[in-house]
Design a protein around this ligand. Structure first.
Ligand code: ADE
Length: 238
């Protein structure tokens, strides 16, 4: 998958992309993330990228000219590199649709994504109207820019691409993947400061372990996220 990310803070996004699973995904050639500095398309000798909002109010709005130029350059570069268009051009914004696991699953099936991280008071609406095919929020709270949301989205997508995670089953059993929260996890030692491990997990009985995990997942989901609790299980947890 190719992911292009337009940002005014390239330094902020590089470190997370260069670590752990995102780095491994790129090293394996499964994900190709390219960061584009909007400032390179800034206006005049000050490389201006933002301006005061028409109509007044606080904050700065990213101007349309640098964004149009940068997005058009990305579209052209992708066409030259792969002969393909973007499947989606996504703007990260608190007023977008809320990211959830089904949306991450759907986006992970695409080949080419362009992400736009806004800043200050957002981006000029004409950019959204002209290019953006989807607007995504990572939750009902406001961050100071779209960089962290873009990284969240990239991580949520990349780990679903076959071959990225060491254990292919791992992503499937994640919280939310089948609508339930995940079961508690334990590792060695079997006893630590007087705290033990549920005996079933060390029993070697795989059926019993699966049943225990399912029971734990149902109980945790009903307790913490009754909104997610599937109606077919309504009776199975006390
Ligand atoms: N930019 C600022 N806050 C955001 C959020 N919650 N989701 C996506 N983009 C954002």
């Amino acid at each position: 998958m190719r992911i292009d990310l337009i940002t005014v803070l390239p330094g902020l996004v590089r470190s997370p992309l260069d670590h752990s699973i995102l780095q491994r995904a790129q090293d394996k050639g499964l994900v190709d993330v390219r960061v584009h500095d909007l400032r390179d398309w800034g206006l005049g000798s000050y490389r201006q990228i933002d301006d005061l909002p028409y109509g007044g109010g606080g904050g700065m709005v990213l101007r349309p000219e640098p964004l149009f130029a940068c997005i058009e350059a990305c579209i052209e570069e992708l066409q030259n590199d792969l002969g393909e268009p973007y499947d989606e051009i996504i703007y990260l914004t608190p007023d977008g649709e809320t990211l959830n696991q089904p949306l991450a699953n759907r986006l992970s099936l695409h080949k080419n994504l362009l992400l736009i991280a806004g800043h200050y008071k957002g981006i000029d609406q004409r950019v959204r109207d002209t290019f953006v095919t989807r607007e995504v929020s990572i939750g009902d709270y406001v961050l100071s820019g779209g960089e962290l949301p873009a990284l969240v989205l990239i991580d949520a997508i990349a780990r679903l691409i076959p071959g990225v995670l060491g254990d292919a089953n791992s992503a499937l059993s994640d919280s939310f993947q089948d609508g339930l929260l995940d079961a508690p996890a334990y590792t060695r030692p079997p006893e630590f400061r007087g705290l033990g491990v549920p005996p079933v997990l060390t029993s070697g009985n795989h059926e019993a372990i699966l049943a225990w995990r399912e029971e734990q997942r149902l109980a945790k989901t009903q307790q913490r996220r009754p909104d997610l609790f599937p109606p077919e299980h309504e009776e199975s947890v006390e």
